[in-house]
Ligand binder design. Structure first.
Ligand code: NAP
Length: 250
């Protein structure tokens, strides 16, 4: 039956940035779909833990360095026995005019949004191959995987690159039964966009351009995340799906 293909029963997912925002929503959706979730966060995911109980396991790790990667895999396998799904959701943004953009604002964003994402994905890819199981990778991209943005050059660079890397890995790993796809959220009401939403003029401009007429929410991302994590998307590979209230169609 078609709805059975969306089930994540028996699957184990790693979701980064599990304490808040889109990551928390994805953890909730995966557990509702039947999965066990290892949520990675630099601060305790207390609220997510309370929401999801024993189907959720919190791993504390700062993803600004790749040193934490082996521990993330080891702890997930020790707790839940395997890995079937990885969602690279954790991400940061730094806003500054490009003419003055600092090296720190460049490096910090590229490290979390791109470098650690690639090497965590590589480690999970090795685990999939070891398990002979195939698997699903979902990279959380952005409108700025498709557009330039303003005052966020390192964010745009990281999110454009992650869309490209999604295609590269899909090409290389399809032979192992691994799907690598992305989700490009539109403008979502989370901590990531708090500064933007507080800027009256920018906020009104953005809202006026969203065909749906509202900011997105973590719930809006859940359907696409479960689809890309499940058997229902087995023939979808290398693509970054926009969940944007129609923004890119404008
Ligand atoms: P958010 O509420 O700020 O969540 C970002 C998550 O990443 C938080 O859990 C954050 O932890 C975590 N994180 C950041 N740096 C980390 C590090 N060094 N180590 C471990 N975890 C780290 O924003 P969000 O909107 O849910 O963002 C989730 C993803 O969606 C990001 O990749 C973002 O770029 C992308 N996105 C968001 C929007 C939007 O409109 N909101 C649009 C397009 C794409 P802390 O809470 O400790 O900071």
């Amino acid at each position: 039956m078609i709805l059975d293909k969306f089930s994540l029963k028996g699957k184990v997912a790693i979701v980064t940035g599990s304490n808040t925002g889109l990551g928390q929503g994805i953890c909730k959706a995966f557990v509702e779909a039947g999965a066990k979730v290892a949520g990675v966060s630099r601060r305790p995911s207390t609220e997510t833990e309370q929401m999801l109980g024993e189907d959720f396991y919190n791993i504390i790790a700062d993803l600004s360095t790749c040193d934490v990667i082996p521990e993330i895999i080891e702890k997930t396998v020790a707790k839940f026995g395997r890995v079937d799904i990885l969602v690279n959701n954790a991400g940061i943004i730094k806003r500054q005019d490009s003419i003055e953009f600092s090296e720190e604002n460049w490096d910090s964003v590229i490290n979390v949004n791109l470098k650690t994402v690639f090497f965590l994905t590589q480690a999970v890819g090795k685990q999939f191959i070891k398990q002979h199981s195939g698997g699903k990778i979902i990279n959380i991209a952005s409108m700025l995987s498709y557009q330039g943005g303003i005052r966020v050059p390192s964010y745009t660079a990281s999110k454009s690159a992650i869309r490209g890397v999604t295609m590269t890995l899909a090409n290389e790993w399809a032979k192992y039964g691994v799907n690598v796809n992305g989700i490009a959220p539109g403008y979502m009401a989370t901590n990531n966009t708090e500064a933007l939403r507080q800027d009256g003029e920018r906020s009104a401009d953005i809202l006026a351009r969203i065909p749906a007429g509202r900011w997105g929410t973590p719930e809006d991302i859940e359907g696409a995340a479960v689809f890309l994590a499940s058997e229902a998307s087995d023939y979808v590979n290398g693509f970054t799906i926009a969940v944007d209230g129609g923004w890119l169609a404008r």
